[in-house]
Design a protein around this ligand. Structure first.
Ligand SMILES: [Zn+2]
Length: 171
């Protein structure tokens, strides 16, 4: 799985934990032990309750980013979450407070929100409709279409090439 040290890395890893492998949809969090170990390595508690929260938020975020559902479906993840201001060195700093088992889920939702606000459209599904992965496009041109050029980019190019040859033969 990808590096989860940064908030974006964490969000992307969660979104991309249901890849299609050899045409079969899989779930990298299906193995609870492995999933909980990964959540712990991402700064979480590694508990079953935390995993359930992350799974719920993953499903909601995937649907939102695919445009299948309204962001309102993310509201339950934010219930009971507060942000407290404190004065430090002449500046106000905000400290987020969330139920412990929901902190990672909240982190994913807030990172999605930051991206949606500051980089609208940059987080999107891979353009390969047989791929279930997502990408965050940081390029200036904002023209990336594939989760990975090496995987989906080349596959789609090869498919187009094949179709072109087939069309030529059919003429
Ligand atoms: Zn892809």
């Amino acid at each position: 799985m990808t590096d989860a040290a940064s908030d974006e890395g964490f969000l992307l890893a969660v979104l991309n934990s249901t890849p299609v492998v050899d045409g079969v949809p899989t779930d990298e969090f299906a193995d609870s032990d492995r999933a909980r170990a990964w959540l712990a390595s991402a700064g979480g508690l590694g508990t079953e309750a935390e995993l359930q929260q992350v799974l719920e938020v993953r499903q909601a975020l995937q649907a939102v980013v695919r445009g299948e559902q309204s962001p309102d479906v993310l509201a339950p993840a934010l219930r009971g979450v507060t942000s407290l201001p404190a004065m430090m060195d002449g500046q106000i700093t905000w400290t987020l407070s969330a139920p412990p088992e929901r902190q990672l889920a909240v982190r994913a939702v807030l990172t999605w929100d930051t991206l949606a606000r500051h980089s609208p459209g940059r987080l999107r599904p891979c353009a390969n409709d047989e791929c279930r992965l997502f990408l965050i496009d940081h390029s200036k041109a904002n023209a990336a279409r594939w989760c990975s050029m090496a995987v989906c980019g080349n596959r789609m190019k090869a498919r187009r090439h094949y179709q072109r040859i087939r069309n030529m033969r059919a003429e």
